[in-house]
Design a protein around this ligand. Structure first.
Ligand SMILES: [Zn+2]
Length: 274
């Protein structure tokens, strides 16, 4: 049994503001360590319950946040950016399930810590096949292409609720109760990491017992729509061939999810202000 841990940073234990997740800021070092701790808890739970292999994708910012020297030595780390599959580097048909660790709610969610979708600079909204999407939706749909289900998520109560509503009854670990974009009632790591470890152990046992957890597979072709924050961003991103524009909303159709994922990332990259 092979597990991919797709990690992000905004939903890590204790995180409530951008300084804590921004390389170069004095607070960042503490939270890299906490991110590594949340991921290690998930790795321990997975191996404890009988997983054979765990790969970790470091999906925040430049993909170089997790402290490899402190990572559980049984795991492998996909580090650095850009990687071909970004936040989901390592996904293929040989993976049996994915854990989302340190995730955050989609852009525009009330009372959610650091809610955004892919880029808080450029992106107002994203839709996949006309359904409003968060990063968990994009990443789950990519896993779904390979018939791989999302088994668990950790983050604040809002991302957990959004993921359950959209992806189905996965295991959810609320490590903080968000009270605003920059505020939350946080569990200290000893408590949150115990919950993550237990959830990981439980869901792997469930999978081993033959429980069927449905992958989030979208109907092909895939329609991707992105609403950008300003006209200059839309002017740049619409240079990509095949893109249709309605005001700030750009859309394109891709034959499958890997191509849709790549086109979405390219479109957002092109839209960045210089
Ligand atoms: Zn992030």
């Amino acid at each position: 049994m092979k597990i991919l841990i797709a990690s992000d940073m905004e939903g890590i234990t204790g995180v409530t503001n951008w300084d804590q997740v921004t390389p170069g800021h004095s607070e960042y070092a503490r939270f890299r360590k906490l991110m590594t701790g949340d991921v290690n808890a998930a790795i321990r739970g997975a191996y404890d319950a009988g997983a054979d292999a765990v790969i970790v994708a470091d999906g925040h910012w430049n993909g170089s946040n997790i402290l490899i020297e402190e990572l559980d030595p049984r795991a492998r780390l996909n580090s650095g950016s850009p990687a071909p599959f970004g936040m989901m580097q390592g996904i293929d048909e040989n993976v049996d399930g994915v854990f989302f660790i340190g995730y955050h709610a989609r852009q525009g969610s009330p009372e959610a810590v650091l809610d955004h979708t892919w880029s808080n600079t450029c992106v107002a909204n994203v839709w996949l096949n006309d359904v409003l999407a968060g990063e968990y939706t994009l990443n789950a749909a990519l896993a779904g292409h390979y018939n791989v289900p999302i088994l668990m998520i950790s983050g604040d109560q809002v991302v957990c609720a959004q993921a359950i509503e959209q992806l189905g009854p996965l295991e959810a670990v609320v490590v903080k109760q968000a009270t605003g974009h920059f505020s939350a009632d946080c569990l200290p790591p000893e408590g949150s990491q115990r919950l993550i470890e237990n959830a990981a152990r439980g869901v792997i046992k469930k999978l081993k017992r033959g429980a069927v957890i449905k992958p989030y597979a979208l109907k092909k072709p895939i329609k991707v729509a992105v609403e950008l924050n300003s006209s200059d961003m839309a002017d740049k991103a619409m240079m990509m061939p095949g893109v249709r524009r309605e005001g700030l909303k750009l859309s394109l159709t891709a034959e499958d999810m890997p191509k849709a994922y790549s086109a979405f990332r390219a479109l957002v990259l092109m839209s960045y202000p210089r």
